[in-house]
Ligand binder design. Structure first.
Ligand code: ATP
Length: 250
């Protein structure tokens, strides 16, 4: 069976500088995979290459065995890969309900000319309500998304990422800026919402990474220097020297 995501000798240069320098990686179906690495290692760039935001300078990206290299983001999304961004990416003036429903509509390829029929789309509304319940925002569903707390906005974003039925979910720093208790809730939500799906996340909080991930890739200067279980990554001397050691000294 093919991997959910396979990266083959992936490369990205900005001008003369090669930022992603030949990344090979297989992420299995149903796996929760974290990408860690120091600031500027290229983690976000790698995300943008997989999700179609950046064109590749070399190599290939496969999704469930299909070559998706250089496809536009919306086509990759329709093929079942959904991603969130480091910066919250919701419509602040639309209600929580409308934000989720909008995500569902894009996923289902509704045309804009159908907007006037939206309220009659009972299925769509029911599914929207289901997603909102899963992310724990039912009591807040009619308020503008911009009024939610930061942690609620991130939960909404995770909900929208998963709502369209994507089977590969990519989350960029899902717990950034959260308190301990908000982080705990976010971990629970991530687990729930990615159950049975493939998760790829970039995360700086090592507690979250070691708690959630089945496997971890360590990216340093655009190269994966280790890809292993949390336990082996924690005990790897090379990783400690290149990355974790620096954190341990804090
Ligand atoms: N669009 C761009 N044009 C030029 N250089 C870029 C661009 N995007 C990223 N870079 C450079 O690529 C390198 C990797 O950046 P990237 O944001 O991918 O790292 P990161 O590992 O996600 O860092 P962080 O942990 O701080 O978010 C950095 O040196 C950055 O300046």
């Amino acid at each position: 069976m093919s991997a959910a995501i396979e990266l083959r000798d992936l490369r990205k240069s900005f001008g003369p500088t090669e930022i992603i320098r030949g990344v090979d990686l297989q992420i299995e179906k149903g796996e929760r995979h974290a990408i860690i690495g120091p600031n500027g290692a290229g983690k976000s760039t790698l995300f943008h290459l997989i999700s179609g935001r950046y064109n590749l300078s070399g190599g290939a990206v496969h999704l469930h065995g299909e070559d998706i290299s250089n496809l536009p983001p919306y086509e990759i999304y329709r093929k079942g890969l959904s991603r969130s961004f480091q910066v919250t990416n919701i419509f602040p003036n639309m209600s929580v309900f409308e934000n989720v429903r909008c995500g569902l509509m894009w996923a289902k390829d509704y045309k804009y000319s159908f907007w006037h029929l939206v309220d009659r789309e009972h299925d769509l509304n029911r599914k929207t309500a289901q997603v909102i319940e899963e992310i724990g925002l039912t009591s807040r569903q009619h308020i503008p998304a911009g009024v939610l707390t930061y942690a609620e906005q991130r939960a909404l974003e995770i909900g929208i990422s998963a709502a369209g039925g994507a089977d590969v979910i990519m989350l960029d720093e899902p717990t950034a800026g959260m308190s301990h208790s908000e982080t705990d809730q976010a971990i629970e939500l991530i687990r729930k919402i990615t159950d049975g799906k493939t998760l790829v996340m970039v995360e700086h909080d090592m507690g979250v990474v070691f708690d959630v991930a089945d496997r971890i890739s360590v990216l340093v200067y655009g190269e994966i220097i280790a890809c292993d279980t949390p336990e082996n990554i924690r005990n790897s001397k090379a990783v400690q020297e290149a990355y974790l050691g620096a954190e341990a000294e804090d």
